[in-house]
Design a protein around this ligand. Structure first.
Ligand SMILES: [Zn+2]
Length: 145
């Protein structure tokens, strides 16, 4: 059996990508975060509520939505602790994300801020709120004691 010749590889220099995401169609959502509100979109035709918000309903394809505040309490349905972080989150310490069903019925995926890991479990109560971070407005959960 013949040995394969060694593969010669060149290492490229690091490449940084910065995306500028268009926010015009969802400006109510982004402006809401800046004002301390977390909005979902609610279809004016069929009443379906979606988070993160969308401008076109995925149920009936209508294009008119209204904005409903989904802040408040919810219950964790699933979560994961992220230890092996994607390249764009290498500067963050390990973090935890959870999906919670809010009292309004909407499911929300968000980071848990400063969780005590032993308190993170399916069925735990969380509170969703807007968060002002150095990267811009966002939203996150905190565990309700
Ligand atoms: Zn709809």
């Amino acid at each position: 059996m013949a040995l394969s010749p060694p593969v010669r590889r060149l290492k490229s220099r690091p490449i940084t990508f910065v995306f500028e995401l268009p926010t015009e169609k969802l400006k109510e959502f982004w402006e809401g975060l800046e004002k301390g509100k977390v909005y979902a979109s609610k279809c004016k035709k069929c009443g379906s509520t979606t988070f993160p918000p969308v401008v076109g309903c995925s149920h009936c394809f209508a294009q008119e939505v209204e904005w409903v505040d989904v802040q408040g309490e919810g219950v964790i349905e699933t979560f994961t602790h992220i230890v092996i972080r994607p390249a764009s989150f290498q500067s963050h310490p390990t973090y935890t994300v959870a999906v919670a069903r809010m009292n309004s019925g909407v499911k929300v995926l968000a980071w848990l801020t400063s969780p005590k890991l032993s308190n993170v479990k399916v069925g735990a109560k969380v509170k969703l709120a807007a968060v002002q971070s150095p990267d811009g407005p966002s939203y996150g959960f905190t565990i309700v004691p």
